[in-house]
Unconditional design. Sequence first.
Length: 266
Amino acid sequence: MRIATWNVNSLNVRMPRIEEWFDYAQPDVVCMQETKLADAAFPYMSFEAMGYEVVHNGNGRWNGVAIASRVGIDSPVLGFGAVDHPMFEGDEPESRLVAATCGGVRVSSVYVPNGRTLTDPHYEYKLRWLTALKNEIGATSKPDEPVVVCGDFNIAPEDKDVYDPRFFKNATHTSAKERGALDAIKAWGLTDAFRTLYDDGRLYSWWDYRAGDFHQGRGLRIDLVLVSEAIVSRIEYALIDRFARKGKQPSDHAPVFVDIDTGGLT
DNA sequence: ATGCCTTATTTCATAAGA
């Protein structure tokens, strides 16, 4: 089973690139983030035409997460179901989490809040959100089950996941508290699947649109596929597909996918 | 080894992204 995560940065704008990518990458499950759509506006028929079912959690202009699957979508849950969602400024809950069982694997598509700066209220919100995610996973799954939590974490796990650690020292996406919150999620029983196959730096999943950052190798690895132990032993291949970051109207994120042998899981 | 910000909306300006 090929499972991917991709921050598409507007599904409307990206649909041609998404259809291109589905066609040549042939993913079985794709977790998308930043669809920037309300549920009613989601182009379900376009995905059906490609052979995918979709569950989407979106309420409009910002955020929005989805799971597209051609191996089934069972028991979908939109947002935080098992624990109170982390409210921010009294607003409606933001659309940053959706989960479903696909091909015998419990899959979550997550879009972790950006945090903005270390002194911005959104930074504390980001930390609260990560704690809520950890609690949600713990309340809905067991570590010995096949679990995949993937998405845009807005955290670079290590300095080698950052093009210039000096620039990002004590900054959002790299701070000790953020990495600690990610480590707490991993400590439940999840492993960064990409890092089981690749040790090198400069393997980024996001590059700023500005200043030719992509072409000059200035990026961050912030899109992660976290997998439980039952999945780690089944990893066959993984890749960050930089091709999808090139060309006409790309997202600023590249898709990341992991191939796992699901024989016997379903 | 590719092309020098992009997106949506409360649109000709602003907020957000990471």
